[in-house]
Design a protein around this ligand. Structure first.
Ligand SMILES: [Zn+2]
Length: 171
C-alpha cells in the first residue's frame, strides 16, 4: 500500500461551465488519461435509512422543478450513503450521458469519478447516473446527444426493459 501516493498525485483540472446537455456541466481543462481519478464526489455522510427519506424529497423537488437535479445520494456501502447535494461538491454538476467517458467507483470509502476513456481538453465529463428503471423513468429525460441516447436516464442494466416500455408506448 502507498496511501501517500494518491494524495500527492496530480489531479486533473476541470471547470464548471454551461453545458448543451443540461444547465451546467464539468469540463476537462487538460487531457485526462483513461483510468485517472478525476474528482471526488463529496457530501454529507448519512445512514441508508436517512438516505431513503431524502431520496423521496429530492425526487419531489425534481418533479416540481426539472432544473433541480434529481438524486444526489450515492451508496457507500450497505449502511451509509453520501448526500452530494451540498455546494462544496463540484462533482454534483457532472451530467449523465448514455455514452459517458467516466464512471463512479467507491475506493476505500471514498466516491471517485474515474475516466473510462481518454478525455480531451475541453470535453465535457459525464457518467451514467445508474438510476433504477421504475414507473417514474419519465421524470428523467436524457438530452445527452449520444448516438445511442436512450431518451431517459436509466442504468445500463435496465436498457432492455426501457426499450420494451418505449416500444409498447409507441403502439
Ligand atoms: Zn442520453
Amino acid at each position: 500500500m502507498h496511501p501517500r501516493k494518491s494524495i500527492t498525485k496530480h489531479m486533473p483540472k476541470v471547470t464548471l461551465r454551461n453545458s448543451s446537455i443540461h444547465n451546467a456541466g464539468i469540463f476537462a481543462d487538460e487531457h485526462i488519461a483513461e483510468g485517472t481519478r478525476i474528482i471526488q464526489y463529496v457530501g454529507e455522510k448519512i445512514t441508508a435509512k436517512e438516505a431513503e427519506r431524502r431520496k423521496d424529497a429530492q425526487l419531489e423537488n425534481h418533479r416540481n422543478d426539472q432544473d433541480n437535479g434529481a438524486v444526489y445520494i450515492f451508496e457507500l456501502n450497505k449502511r451509509y450513503c453520501i448526500d452530494g447535494n451540498v455546494s462544496y461538491n463540484t462533482a454534483r454538476h457532472i451530467n449523465h450521458s448514455c455514452d459517458p467517458n467516466a464512471e463512479t467507483d467507491v475506493i476505500r470509502g471514498k466516491i471517485w469519478i474515474i475516466a473510462i476513456k481518454d478525455i480531451k481538453a475541453g470535453e465535457e465529463i459525464t457518467y451514467n447516473y445508474g438510476y433504477d428503471f421504475d414507473e417514474n423513468y419519465k421524470d428523467h429525460p436524457c438530452r445527452c446527444g449520444a448516438a445511442n441516447c436512450m431518451s431517459f436516464i436509466v442504468h445500463y442494466d435496465f436498457w432492455p426493459q426501457l426499450q420494451k416500455a418505449l416500444k409498447s408506448n409507441n403502439k
